[in-house]
Design a protein around this ligand. Structure first.
Ligand code: AR6
Length: 171
């Protein structure tokens, strides 16, 4: 079973086999963690994202799915891009949020990534309440890695005290 670590900080500075990007379905970049990853990782990441759009994801990557590219200049081997759901007070989209974590781990397993770093998907621009986002993230990762030797460490890299406190409470 993998060790789950919570660390405060910037995911673009993390050494890991794979880091996960809270992307959008265009795969062509944006703000938040997505902007930081493309900015620091360099143009190679965007080039692979464009190629994925041209080949497999002409309509964009669906919400809850994940796909890997190079990590460019970042201190990781791969970036796994996943598309979180936009928070809705009217509709329960928690299954889609759980799917982001599950699918990212499935892609990581296929790659042979043993250490994987996640941000708090959907809890920024997409407006998901961070306490609830933390609970879903941790429950899903626990469930997916229990009795599984594929991973050594799953790290949540939490930007700002609010996210760090929410994950600490949920853990
Ligand atoms: N390292 C770790 N976490 C970060 C970093 C960083 N460098 N920067 C922000 N966060 P967000 P979303 C935290 O908005 O809600 C983009 O425009 C942030 O504080 O990055 O899934 C995409 O292109 C928050 O806790 O992603 C999409 O359009 C968490 O990462 C949209 O935003 C997620 O915030 C996706 O929105």
């Amino acid at each position: 079973m993998a060790t789950i670590h919570l660390v405060p900080g910037d995911i673009t500075e993390q050494s890991a086999d794979a880091i996960v990007n809270a992307a959008n379905s265009s795969l062509l970049g944006g703000g938040g963690v997505d902007g930081a990853i493309h900015r620091k990782g360099g143009p190679e990441i965007l080039a692979e994202c464009r190629a994925l759009r041209a080949s497999r994801y002409g309509e964009g990557l669906p919400t809850g799915r994940a796909v890997a590219t190079t990590a460019g200049r970042l201190p990781a081997r791969w970036v796994i891009h996943t598309v979180g759901p936009v928070w809705s007070p009217a509709e329960d989209r928690s299954g889609q949020l759980a799917s982001c974590y599950r699918e990212s781990l499935r892609v990581a397993r296929e790659l042979g990534a043993r250490t994987v770093a996640f941000p708090a998907i959907s809890t920024g621009v997409y407006g998901w309440p961070v306490d609830d986002g933390a609970r879903i993230a941790l429950a899903t990762v626990r469930e997916e890695t229990e009795g599984d030797d594929a991973f050594e460490e799953i790290r949540f890299v939490l930007f700002g005290p609010q996210a760090y406190d929410a994950f600490t409470a949920a853990l």
